[in-house]
Design a protein around this ligand. Structure first.
Ligand SMILES: Nc1ncnc2c1ncn2[C@@H]1O[C@H](COP(=O)(O)OP(=O)(O)O)[C@@H](O)[C@H]1O
Ligand SMILES: N[C@@H](CCC(=O)OP(=O)(O)O)C(=O)O
Length: 378
């Protein structure tokens, strides 16, 4: 038995399109009901459940006479508009059998990335849970544009899990776990546990099957697991029919252990949920100082600036090859910086005044990005 699973009080469960629809694309009522029964079992046992459900686009296909998932955004949005109502209607009926009320929560990326918005989203979810309802979250597909879209719901689910401070994230798909390669190949085997990146070294993480209704495949699920475990939330990835077993703590699917230390919430959002408004190019010495010695970034180490940001905005710090190594909140407007580059803080203070002695990004407002070189690896 997985103790972290059985002890979890607040659980975010994400279910993919492929687990809710019949092969033709229509919503499969029996599958929805089976999932609802598994979740209602947990709510009856006093657990709080937030469901992140995909399937709006898939559910809208058949009613609109479409035979496969459309590629263009406008048709996807029309399908989502038709399908989302059907989906929620189905869940409302399903949970109604258990005497539970559901609440629809449609979010855009902005709602979980901008501080003022995610506080608002948090309050709504919190209140629904306090009132005993089951929040059912999806991306707000009808208004999300290509630029701001998550597209798949895996990353959204990880961010929602962080938002509501969940104790567990369960990702339900059409495959019963992470496999070492394409699960259709006989030589692929299920990975039972992932402790850290080394357990993923021999794993080929692939996209969704081309014929299906899913979008992200394993790539977005492993990324979602990385985000959630980095926030101290363990993740179970398994197939939807195994939901009840997974929620009971049985050793099904793939269990991603959490990284013990929960980062400061503010820095977590900075790393995972904000979009940078610009880029600061660092010379090698500045990369060493920021990444290797965790120092603040000073004007002297910056060689170029891109973007139209204001003081307080998130920006990426990139190395000489343009690879992001850290993200931070910048203390200057973009227009101010070109005149300061390469100059020491002492010189700037002497010529421009003491206000210009401040760091470009303070170390407390900096978070290193995954993949950044560590001091040991150079
Ligand atoms: N290493 C892997 N292990 C398991 N599944 C994989 C792997 N690589 C690619 N996949 C594919 O990912 C699919 C699940 O992703 P997707 O279709 O997006 O599901 P969902 O709709 O549940 O989000 C599986 O059906 C499988 O074809
Ligand atoms: N918001 C979209 C999710 C798109 C999607 O297919 O996601 P997933 O099945 O989780 O890979 C929908 O409801 O159709």
């Amino acid at each position: 038995m997985r103790e972290e699973v059985t002890a979890a009080r607040r659980i975010v469960v994400k279910v993919g399109s492929s687990s809710l629809t019949a092969p033709g694309g229509d919503l499969d009522g029996a599958r929805v009901d089976a999932l609802v029964d598994a979740l209602a079992g947990r709510t009856a046992a006093g657990r709080e459940v937030v469901l992140v459900s995909s399937g709006a686009i898939a559910a809208g296909l058949a009613p609109l006479g479409l035979t496969s998932r459309p590629r263009d955004l406008a048709t996807q949005q029309a399908a989502a508009s038709v399908g989302q109502g059907l989906l929620i209607g189905r869940y409302a009926a399903g949970f109604g059998r258990h005497g539970r009320t559901v609440g629809q929560v449609l979010l855009t990326a902005d709602d979980v990335t901008r501080r003022a918005h995610y506080r608002n989203a948090y309050r709504t979810l919190r209140k629904l849970l306090d009132l005993g309802a089951v929040p059912i979250v999806n991306e707000n597909d009808t208004v999300a544009t290509d630029e701001i879209r998550f597209g798949d719901n895996d990353r959204l689910a990880a961010l929602v899990a962080a938002l509501v401070h969940a104790d567990l994230l369960v990702l339900l798909s059409d495959v019963d776990g992470l496999y070492t390669g394409d699960p259709a190949r006989p030589e692929s085997t299920r990975v039972a546990e992932v402790h850290d990146a080394t357990d993923l070294a021999g794993v080929t993480v692939g996209p969704a099957a081309r014929t299906g209704v899913g979008t992200g495949g394993m790539v977005t699920k492993v990324e979602a697991a990385r985000i959630a475990t980095g926030f101290g939330i363990p993740v179970v990835l398994t197939a939807a029919p195994l939901a009840a077993a997974a929620l009971a703590g049985e050793p099904v699917g793939t269990f991603f252990h959490r990284v013990r230390r929960r980062p400061a919430a503010r820095l977590f959002w900075l790393a995972h949920a904000t979009s940078p408004r610009g880029r600061l190019h660092l010379d090698p010495g500045a990369v060493q100082a920021v990444v290797g010695r965790r120092k603040s970034l000073l004007p002297a180490g910056i060689t170029a600036v891109d973007g139209a940001f204001n003081a307080g905005d998130p920006v990426d710090l990139v190395d000489e090859r343009g690879a992001p190594v850290a993200r931070g909140l910048v203390n200057y407007d973009a227009v101010e910086l070109p005149g300061l580059l390469g100059r020491s803080t002492g010189e700037l203070a002497a010529t421009l005044g003491p206000a210009y002695e401040r760091e470009v990004v303070h170390r407390d407002d900096l978070v290193l990005l995954a993949g950044a070189p560590t001091p040991a690896s150079g």
